[in-house]
Ligand binder design. Structure first.
Ligand code: DQA
Length: 150
């Protein structure tokens, strides 16, 4: 598919991801959220896309950003943090977005505590990328480009 150079991918980061680099580094690594956003931004540039990033610790902010992406962004990559496991309002907002949705996690929640095994985002995600640490950010963008090309 031909895409305009201004194609925007919305990258959303949920609660506590602002603490990456300091927060449980054994699980989440030592890279900061800014490092991951830079990785995504570089990957997007190779596909002629740009990344708009928002991190919020508030569910409503993420929902507002998803609504604002309708008709403006070509895809959404979202690491919803713990909201992954219970925020049906995020599920519903993503369901109303027309483009590809990639669910992204640094760790693999399905191999962790039982309460992390349910993802309410998974049913509305075109792909889920989990357990690859920071590499997942590059892969998520590459996946967006591949999905848009089909
Ligand atoms: C996470 C996994 C979630 O279970 C957790 O609550 C997070 C981060 C991840 O990236 O591995 O905050 O989404």
């Amino acid at each position: 598919m031909e895409r305009d150079v201004t194609s925007i991918v919305l990258l959303l980061s949920g609660p506590n991801l602002n603490l990456l680099g300091e927060r449980e580094p054994v699980i989440y690594g030592t890279a900061t959220l800014a490092d991951h956003v830079a990785t995504a931004t570089e990957a997007a540039a190779t596909h002629g896309m740009v990344v708009d990033h928002l991190q919020s610790n508030h569910e409503g902010d993420l929902i507002d950003a998803i609504h604002a992406a309708r008709g403006r962004c070509v895809a959404i990559v979202i690491n919803p943090g713990a909201l992954t496991h219970y925020a049906w309002s995020i599920h519903d907002a993503l369901a109303a977005f027309e483009g590809p949705v990639i669910e992204l996690h640094l760790s693999d929640p399905k191999t962790r505590e039982p309460w992390r095994h349910l993802s309410v985002v998974e049913p509305v995600a075109d792909q889920t990328i989990a357990g690859l640490g920071g590499d997942g950010y590059r892969l998520a963008i590459d996946t967006v480009a591949a999905l848009l090309a089909h």
